[in-house]
Design a protein around this ligand. Structure first.
Ligand code: F6R
Length: 236
């Protein structure tokens, strides 16, 4: 893994933007995997305020809450439309269908989408417990798209976006770790002190399903961009 320690999430966004721009300009970006959450917001803002053209690029999002429609302001489809797609149209944009209760059908459909659109770059954030996508600790490194139960920690972290904690969905559809590792290049961003433990364990701990992000150590092309607060627990 290649580590870049940046001053803040603006500098981190610029670094990520340059990687994506270079891939676009060399015609090697056909499909990009995208994440939601607060981490990629500055990257999406940088992209929106650029002249990059994604009209020939397919996007595939990592995850979606189960049980809320894409029109719900907290759905990840809505988030993507608001923060990126409305301003920067893509050729096609896939987000799992949180309203489809048929887990097997969602999984089959999403795996077919990923197979037909191999990920050139996957953008990732990281949970404070080391999750990537909604692959919580204990997820198999061989996992594919499936319905996952969110941990108490993740539900609590996400409750800031809902009026009450009871409204936070308890399940999500998530691409699996195997899907993520299938990307040619992975760009992981982490900002803030709440990510410092996860980043320390990622770089200085072992490869273990207890820290889903540690699976990235088995991949040969990973760029990790962290701010100083997220890097603060690294020993070197
Ligand atoms: C979101 C996702 C999650 C987030 C992670 C960090 O699509 O896959 O793994 O990247 O929960 O969230 P933030 O960025 O809000 O700290």
């Amino acid at each position: 893994m290649e580590l870049y320690i940046v001053k803040d999430n603006i500098e981190g966004a610029q670094k990520g933007y340059e990687v994506i721009k270079a891939a676009l300009e060399s015609n090697t970006l056909k499909t990009i995997g995208l994440a939601t959450g607060s981490t990629p917001l500055t990257l999406y803002d940088r992209i929106v305020n650029s002249d990059l053209d994604f009209s020939n690029v397919t996007s595939v999002n990592l995850d979606e809450y189960v049980g809320i429609p894409g029109t719900h302001p907290q759905s990840y489809r809505y988030f993507m439309n608001e923060n990126l797609f409305n301003a920067k149209p893509f050729k096609q944009s896939f987000v799992p269908d949180g309203m489809n209760a048929d887990e097997a059908a969602v999984s089959k459909e999403y795996e077919a989408i990923i197979e037909a659109n191999p990920l050139d770059i996957q953008v990732l954030g990281i949970g404070s417990n080391g999750h990537i996508g909604f692959n919580e600790p204990g997820s198999s490194f061989d996992s594919i798209t499936r319905k996952v139960a969110l941990t108490k920690e993740t539900i609590e972290a996400n409750s800031r976006f809902f009026e009450t904690i009871d409204e936070v969905p308890k399940y999500a559809y998530s691409m699996g770790i195997k899907d993520i590792l299938g990307a040619k290049k992975i760009l992981l961003f982490a900002y803030g002190a709440s990510k410092a433990d996860a980043i320390q364990r990622l770089f200085e701990g072992e490869v273990t399903e207890a820290l889903p992000a540690s699976a990235l150590k088995n991949h040969k092309n990973v760029i990790v961009i962290v701010d100083e607060a997220a890097a603060s627990k690294l020993s070197k």
